[in-house]
Design a protein around this ligand. Structure first.
Ligand code: CAO
Length: 458
């Protein structure tokens, strides 16, 4: 085995004791010069410690959470034959050397002039993987080579976008090439909002994601391939047909629709009293809060027609009918049968139909016609629990209402706290069609109607 060389943290400005937040390689991995070995994240910037030359990682000297400073040893790497020569030799000039040794490889550059930029700015300009100074290397033998200047801009001009690992992950999930974005945060750092704005712009007008190459878009990287059995016993079960179909729809809708979810609470104390009364009077029909939500949703769709619409290219198709999709949980997966003309049906009729379609769904008897033509969907997890969630819009609809479990809460009435039964509502909407203010008005109106059912008569 060739002599192992150390990869060290290069000059990282004024930062000290910077935690390791990500291990990018494992022992045995072959790395290329400048490939990131670990990611460090200070409160000002993130940076990768790069491999100083081509080689095989033989040992990682750090773990997540370790705090590193300039010169800390990150890994031992065996240079591959014929690869770029590692910089330093055993016995190379000490860190304080001002001049390179005559036979020094590029690593032994003179020490940098001190960075006179303010610390925050200097550190914030430290893009990930940019620190490819050969000074990160030293022979395992006693001394290490002197550090050289870390000038991100000079070393990696335009190569490495400046963004935190979380933003990188977010961009990766959406298939966004960060190299195509300009960051709006300090020192050009790319934020999550920048990525969202980029995706939104790419999708504006229903533009299809490009297949590959050039321009912005959704070029997704391949799905990670992991041999799970390597880590413990596993069992592989095929997805059901419904899971495959709904999974494909959910993935497309999540990727293509810029979702925002608006949360609100409705005071359903009076509604609940009325519901119980109805239930006692109609023992053969199960009247759950969901039927009231269907009626309230229809009222809100009438008041806010943009929610009862679909985006078709550059047009919004406004519907004058009110067919409400209901997400039904079945042992084989999620299905969304549609209750037609919900505006023309009373609470009891809706309750009966809801019972019928849920039974049909669970008995696998729904036809594709039963699931077509929906205008707006409701996904109720109220029978199960939870306080809020983010439902995924059922395209080509533009909004979906999620409902969680009601709970009695103390509500201030101006003089006292009163126990009131509060129902959590979570409205996800397509931000290309609906603005946040409209969504807030929609949920506020829903809450008003559920709080005082007489409003359904208006
Ligand atoms: N708060 C408190 N209690 C609630 C409630 C709420 N928001 N919603 C329903 N309940 C109660 C009901 O009143 C009923 O109580 P009783 O048994 O005492 O009468 C109980 O919870 C069970 O209700 P239910 O779930 O059977 O009936 P439903 O009309 O509320 O819902 C259906 C019907 C088909 C929508 C539901 O069974 C279902 O499948 N929900 C899951 C939908 C889903 O998976 N959504 C996720 C999609 S995103 O992955």
């Amino acid at each position: 085995m060739a002599e192992l060389k150390e990869a060290r943290v290069p000059d990282i400005g004024d930062d000290k004791d910077v935690p390791v937040i990500e291990l990018l390689v494992q022992p045995g991995d072959t790395v290329k010069k400048d490939q990131g070995l670990v990611t460090l994240e200070s409160d000002k910037a993130t940076m990768e410690v790069p491999a100083p030359f081509d080689g095989i990682v033989r040992e990682l000297k750090v773990k997540i959470g370790d705090e590193l400073s300039e010169g800390s040893v990150v890994a031992l790497i065996e240079p591959v034959a014929g690869a770029a020569a590692p910089a330093a030799k055993a016995g190379a000039a000490p860190a304080s050397a001002a001049k390179p040794a005559p036979d020094a490889a590029p690593a032994e550059k003179p020490l940098p002039a001190p960075d006179t930029r303010p610390a925050a700015e200097a550190a914030a300009k430290t893009p990930m993987a940019a620190a490819h100074s050969d000074a990160a290397v030293a022979a395992v033998a006693p001394t290490r080579s002197p550090p050289v200047a870390f000038d991100a801009d000079a070393l990696m001009p335009g190569k490495v976008p400046h963004a935190s690992p979380a933003v990188r992950l977010f961009a990766r999930e959406l298939g966004v090439d960060l190299g195509q974005l300009s960051g709006t945060a300090r020192a050009g750092r790319i934020t999550k909002e920048d990525v969202q704005a980029f995706v939104k712009a790419a999708l504006a007008g229903g533009a299809a994601p490009r297949a590959s190459g050039g321009g912005g878009g959704l070029d997704l990287i391949p799905w990670p391939k992991v041999d799970f059995a390597k880590f413990g016993p596993v069992e592989s079960r095929p997805l059901t047909r419904i899971q495959k179909l709904s999974g494909a729809n959910l993935a497309r809708n999540w990727a293509m629709i810029p979702h925002v979810t608006q949360h609100d609470d409705a005071d359903i104390t009076e509604m609940e009293a009325f519901r119980k009364k109805l239930g006692e009077e109609n023992k053969d029909t199960k009247v759950t809060p969901l039927v009231f939500l269907i009626k309230a949703a229809v009222a809100a769709l009438k008041k806010f027609p943009n929610f009862n619409a679909s985006l078709e290219g550059e047009n919004l198709v406004l519907k004058q009918y009110f067919h409400i999709g209901i997400a039904v949980d079945t042992p084989d997966g999620l299905v969304v049968p549609v209750i037609r003309d919900a505006d023309r049906k009373g609470l009891l009729e809706l309750a009966k139909e809801l019972g019928e379609i849920s039974a049909k769904a669970r008995e696998k008897k729904l036809t594709s016609a039963d699931m077509q033509g929906g205008c707006f969907s409701i996904s109720s997890l109220g029978g199960i629990g939870g306080t809020a969630f983010t439902p995924i819009i059922n395209a080509p609809e533009v909004a979906i209402l999620g409902v969680s479990r009601s709970a009695t809460k103390p509500v201030w009435n101006g003089k006292d706290f009163e126990p009131r039964l509060m129902l959590p509502l979570s409205l996800s909407y397509d931000h290309r069609v609906i603005d946040g203010a409209a969504a807030a008005r929609f949920t506020a109106y829903l809450a008003q109607v559920l709080g005082d059912l007489r409003r359904l008569l208006l």
